[in-house]
Design a protein around this ligand. Structure first.
Ligand SMILES: Cc1cc2nc3c(=O)[nH]c(=O)nc-3n(C[C@H](O)[C@H](O)[C@H](O)COP(=O)(O)OP(=O)(O)OC[C@H]3O[C@@H](n4cnc5c(N)ncnc54)[C@H](O)[C@@H]3O)c2cc1C
Length: 297
């Protein structure tokens, strides 16, 4: 199997390289300025793409390189740009595309893939002759290797897209996908002012604060970049503490890659307990101070 991988974010390309290189030869492409960062993960070669990245010039470069390099598969990280790039590339290649895969296995002639389906309620296992795939973000860790891949510069063509203006989104700089410990709050917290009562726990476990969709989107107690779930961030921390979260499937789809899950909920039949390694049944406002005390914070 010979694969070409692309992401504008080197860390996402590195994750795909780490995952795929067990199955064959993998070359990877990313933004020019970030190519060095990608050269430590065992890719056969790293392409550093110079020029302003748009879906049209990136996809046309990928298609040309894919054909010239005799690649079997093209993998793109599922970001806003990546999804556009992958769609355009599959159309140009006349090849099928499978989005948001979480697993890939190259077969003799067909590819075996898995992805979440029906809003994360089930896993769809497919065998297809598709050649283009987008990888759901954050589904594996990137592992550095001792050697360094050669970096080949490549020039992108002029894009037909003219960027009229760019407005920076206000960001708190939180990166939930990289967080090792997350304390995630749900509607059970009751109101924005009550978040102050959860913060000592966040501090005690040295975690990042996250939330369910009602908390981040409907009530805007937290910014949308802190939302975990099928329409938010997909996270894989070592420890995920769910506080006042019922555990609906759309939330679970974003955190089921967590290594250890602790749920705190006053309803002992809340579905979050089915997804948890440890459960605490109780009122969060009474339990959290005890937890913080027990942690010695
Ligand atoms: C298309 C679509 C996409 C969606 N995407 C997402 C997504 O990305 N992320 C997401 O989270 N949701 C998403 N949802 C919404 C999802 O279906 C649920 O509505 C949501 O996850 C519920 O959030 P919650 O657990 O905070 O609230 P609730 O379901 O209301 O649960 C609150 C929990 O808090 C507990 N509780 C209350 N008071 C206390 C207390 N004092 N102490 C302890 N526990 C207490 C209750 O027992 C309850 O279990 C999506 C829905 C749709 C239709």
């Amino acid at each position: 199997m010979k694969a070409l991988v692309f992401s504008e974010f080197p860390e996402m390309a590195a994750q795909m390289v780490t995952y795929l290189k067990k199955q064959g030869e993998v070359d990877a492409a990313t933004a020019g300025s970030k190519a060095d960062a990608l050269s430590h993960y065992g890719a056969g070669k790293v392409y550093s793409l110079n020029g302003q990245m748009q879906f049209d010039n990136v996809s046309s470069w990928l298609v040309e390189t894919y054909k010239a390099g005799g690649y079997d598969y093209l993998f793109v990280a599922s970001t806003i740009l990546g999804r556009e790039v992958a769609g355009a590339a599959s159309q140009a290649l006349g090849a099928g595309i499978i989005p948001e895969i979480t697993e890939f296995q190259a077969g003799q002639s067909n590819a075996h893939t898995k992805r979440y389906f029906l809003g994360g309620k089930t896993v769809l296992e497919e065998e297809s002759d598709s050649k283009v795939f987008t990888f759901a973000p954050g589904i594996m860790d990137a592992e550095k290797v001792d050697s360094q891949s050669p970096v080949t510069p490549a020039e992108l063509k002029q894009s037909a897209v003219t960027v009229v203006s760019v407005e920076e989104k206000q960001s708190s700089g939180v990166n939930l996908e990289k967080a090792k410990v997350i304390v995630s709050i749900g509607r059970g917290v009751g109101k924005k002012e009550n978040i102050a009562q959860v913060e000592p726990l966040v501090k005690a476990v040295n975690g990042e604060l996250a939330g369910s969709r009602p908390v981040c989107l409907d009530y805007q107690w937290l910014s949308d970049e802190r939302q975990v779930g099928i329409s938010g961030k997909k996270v894989r921390p070592n420890l995920y503490i769910a506080v006042g979260i019922s555990g609906q499937i759309q939330h679970i789809a974003g955190m089921r890659g967590s290594k250890v899950v602790i749920a705190l909920n006053k309803d002992k039949s809340a579905p979050i307990f089915d997804e948890s390694d440890y459960g605490i049944v109780g009122d969060l406002f009474q339990v959290i101070p005890k937890l913080v005390k027990a942690l010695g914070a």
